[in-house]
Design a protein around this ligand. Structure first.
Ligand code: DP6
Length: 348
């Protein structure tokens, strides 16, 4: 017999960035963070279990990869230890709690977005893996947010992908990571008018992975310590308040400032890390000039560990105007470095 479950989990973009760990094994951050869930960029994962499987195996976007990494093993072990008796509704098959430890899993995961675009992060993948495994093995949370602590063991940002809308990852204080947990601030429909545009900036540059980049920053950047201790705590409070009040001006100011400080930290790292390119910087210039000329923020930008821009506008009308301005700066037929725009589930 084979028992199978499929799940889908979204990606997310941080507006207050996580950068730096205080524990590499448990993936505990040196500061809290806030993200917006990007429903239309997602991972779909099928997990299967069968007595005929002889090892745990994993396929990512159709290619088999090793499941030997500590990150996969930790997630799998945590869910396995919470497995319960499972009865398959369709076939009536019963898998007893005590048999899960002897059963191997096969996992197949794919992103609905080209991985090369640098957007389909590990966040959606690990959130999806944990959710799908929990479903398969009948694991239940013993407190709210417990699964986010397991997704966190796969990739820090993955803990925020278990919820929709606006999500906060509290850094926590405990050594065992039990309070380093993600919770929802508000559902997506709290701020219905907010428009998110993703500008996919094509890049031939070789990227430094987030994991490696933040390791070097923790070791070498004095700005990182200052940011974690004196800047982010205040921003967390202000950002949550701006989201609650749907205060776009404050949201925009904080989002841009935090993206810029994250990239400043990368530059403050030795050797320096460059994630943005000229196109990214021209997009920043466009938004900054527009905002300055209007006297109040019209749009906001944020960039993760890559050159793609995630842009925010307070409503459809402003979003259209923003798109027009970007298209004027980067005409489709020019040698523009932007391959496409994604607004909601539409690709332009
Ligand atoms: C810049 O979560 O990918 O996107 O925990 O090592 O897997 P690991 O790193 P990852 O780092 C994300 C960094 C970021 C900011 C953010 O998402 O908060």
């Amino acid at each position: 017999w084979v028992l199978m479950k499929t799940a889908r989990a979204p990606s997310n973009i941080a507006v207050i960035k996580y950068w730096g760990k205080r524990d590499e094994n448990l993936i505990l951050p040196i500061n809290s963070s806030i993200s917006v869930t990007l429903d239309y960029l997602f991972a779909t994962t099928t997990v299967a279990v069968s007595p005929s499987f002889t090892s745990d195996r994993l396929w990512l976007n159709g290619k088999e990869v090793s499941m030997e990494s500590k990150r996969y093993k930790n997630c799998l072990q945590q869910i396995r230890s919470r497995a319960t008796d499972v009865v398959d509704e369709k076939t009536g098959l019963v898998v007893k709690k005590e048999s899960w430890k002897d059963l191997y899993v096969h996992v197949a995961s794919k992103n609905n977005f080209p991985t090369a675009a640098g957007l389909a992060s590990s966040a959606a993948g690990f959130a999806c893996l944990v959710y799908a495994l929990a479903h398969l093995m009948g694991a239940k949370e013993s407190y709210e947010g417990e699964f986010s602590t397991i997704a966190r063991l796969g990739s820090g940002s993955a803990c925020r992908s278990l919820y929709g809308g606006f999500v906060k990852w509290n850094m926590g204080k405990e050594d065992d990571g039990s309070d380093s947990i993600a919770t929802q601030i508000v559902k997506k429909d709290h701020w219905k008018d907010l428009v998110i545009i993703i500008a996919v900036v094509s890049s031939r540059q070789k990227e430094t992975s987030s994991t490696a980049g933040m390791q070097t920053s923790v070791k070498t950047s004095p700005l990182l310590q200052h940011r974690a201790q004196s800047v982010v705590p205040k921003r967390m409070v202000e950002m949550e308040e701006a989201i609650m009040k749907r205060d776009f001006a404050t949201f925009a100011k904080l989002t841009c400032a935090d993206s810029n400080q994250f990239h400043a930290t990368c530059l403050d790292t030795s050797p320096p890390i460059f994630y943005m390119n000229d196109t990214s910087r021209r997009l920043i210039g466009l938004v900054e000039k527009w905002n300055a000329s209007e006297g109040t923020p019209q749009a906001a930008y944020t960039f993760d560990a890559g050159p793609n821009a995630v842009l925010f506008a307070p409503d459809d009308k402003v979003a259209r105007s923003l798109l027009q301005r970007i298209l004027y700066l980067f005409p489709p037929a020019s040698d523009a470095d932007i391959s496409r725009y994604v607004v909601g589930d539409q690709s332009i």
